[in-house]
Design a protein around this ligand. Structure first.
Ligand code: HEC
Length: 110
């Protein structure tokens, strides 16, 4: 019985370690995509050397509590502002829905 208990404990530790590592990997993915697609125009806390064509993206959770509103802007900002220079990342398939989701997770931590 003792053996099973340590196997279960070991599983828990591994599970927790996996959860922490995958959360860190998602954060790194979000940052990489942000640097690739967004820093030409947007600054955000924790990212160096970004442009300022668009507004600074900080306090995102407070400013955009509705996740779908933020997703809509990244999907196609021209729906809100037909004159925008921001590329329609979702509509033009520059980023998948899942990638946009990962970028939003990254932004929600800024
Ligand atoms: C070519 C420049 C450019 C790029 C690249 C760009 N944006 Fe934008 N973005 C803008 C501009 C300019 C605005 C200001 C609003 C408008 O033009 O309608 C904006 C607005 C926004 C807003 C609304 C901010 C607010 O405070 O109202 C968000 C959120 C946003 N962008 C996210 C992103 C994300 C995420 C990416 C990368 C996937 C990105 N943008 C890439 C130019 C850009």
């Amino acid at each position: 019985m003792q053996g099973w208990r340590s196997v279960a404990a070991c599983g828990l530790v591994l599970g927790a370690a996996f959860w922490v590592t995958s959360a860190a990997a998602a954060e790194a993915d979000g940052k990489a995509m942000f640097i690739d697609s967004c820093t030409q125009c947007h600054q955000t806390p924790g990212v160096e050397n970004a442009g300022n064509i668009g507004p600074v993206l900080s306090d995102m959770k407070e400013r955009f509590p509705d996740r779908s509103q933020l997703a809509a802007i990244i999907d196609d900002e021209s729906k809100r502002n037909p004159q925008t220079v921001m590329p329609p990342f979702g509509r033009n398939l520059i980023r998948t829905k899942q990638q946009i989701d990962t970028i939003i997770d990254f932004l929600y931590a800024r």
